[in-house]
Design a binder for this molecule. Structure first.
Ligand SMILES: [Zn+2]
Length: 278
């Protein structure tokens, strides 16, 4: 999981979303707002009016339009970070959207949790099929929001096992948030993700070596930039961000970045179907 860049919608699309949201918000009861949120969403998100939302979300994805949660699969589903079934007041909020893949969006579904007390685990607020339609408990959210937070502040990727761990002391709120996010999104329990991160690590290392050799051989600037952008476009940019972070404590990684310190600050290349330079 990597922080998504800030992008604004064009004015008319932003206004249209505000209008849909205002209509939902005007309903008298919470139950009615939940019903209307779902109804309007079904009508709107498949219509052409929603295309600018999707194209803007796509331009916020890394590399070959990878999912905001797993960074592995093609992102083609508009995910409500706060589930629309629980938070109808966020159903048409731009800041509540991310582009994700089916394997992430499906299991995450309506799972959500908040901290209802200053200590301990978050409280799960997902509604069961036969539960009454009532507003969820209030409190700070548990799931890490890649639209407004840097997931790597909370998560630490082990570069030997390629699983995420908590980047905080056990039992702290930051620790609980990391734990909840890892479990809810299945970031470690899907073997294919762990394998893909290990493979990405090998690719990043090989590409960095190639970049350094090319730099030493004084190849043309445009060739060097192409190599740089290849690295910035690979899947699993969290692996690369973690390599940048851990080079401070790992002699192997320190050696890998020797002579190419510019690579320590590279950011992910965003999805750019037109092939324009960003
Ligand atoms: Zn995914």
């Amino acid at each position: 999981m990597i922080r998504l860049p800030d992008h604004e919608l064009d004015e008319s699309t932003a206004k249209a979303l505000d209008k849909y949201q205002a209509e939902v918000d005007r309903s008298r009861s919470y139950k009615k707002r939940v019903e209307l949120a779902k109804e309007r969403w079904e009508q709107v998100h498949r219509s052409v009016k929603f295309n600018p939302v999707k194209s803007t979300l796509a331009r916020m994805c890394c590399g070959a339009r990878r999912c905001a949660y797993c960074e592995d699969s093609y992102a083609d589903e508009v995910e409500h970070f706060r589930p629309k079934d629980l938070y109808p007041e966020h159903v048409f909020r731009w800041q509540n959207y991310a582009y994700t893949c089916g394997p992430c969006n499906g299991p995450k579904g309506n799972q959500f949790a908040v901290f209802t007390s200053s200590r301990g685990k978050p409280t799960l607020v997902a509604r069961g099929q036969n539960d009454p339609v009532k507003p969820p408990a209030k409190g700070p959210i548990a799931l890490i929001d890649p639209r407004s937070e840097d997931p790597l502040e909370y998560l630490w990727l082990d570069l030997e096992e390629f699983v995420f761990t908590e980047n905080a002391d056990e039992g702290t709120r930051a620790w609980h948030r990391a734990r909840y996010t890892i479990d809810t999104l299945g970031l470690n329990k899907r073997d294919e993700l762990v394998t893909a991160r290990a493979s990405a690590y090998g690719s990043f290392r090989a590409r960095l070596k190639e970049y350094r050799e090319s730099k030493t051989a004084r190849v043309a600037a445009h060739q060097l930039h192409a190599l740089r952008d290849d690295i910035r476009s690979l899947h699993h940019q969290t692996v690369f961000a973690e390599m940048q972070r851990q080079r401070v404590t790992s002699s192997e990684l320190k050696d890998l970045f020797k002579g190419i310190l510019e690579a320590t600050t590279w950011k992910p290349q965003l999805w750019n179907p037109a092939g324009l330079t960003t």
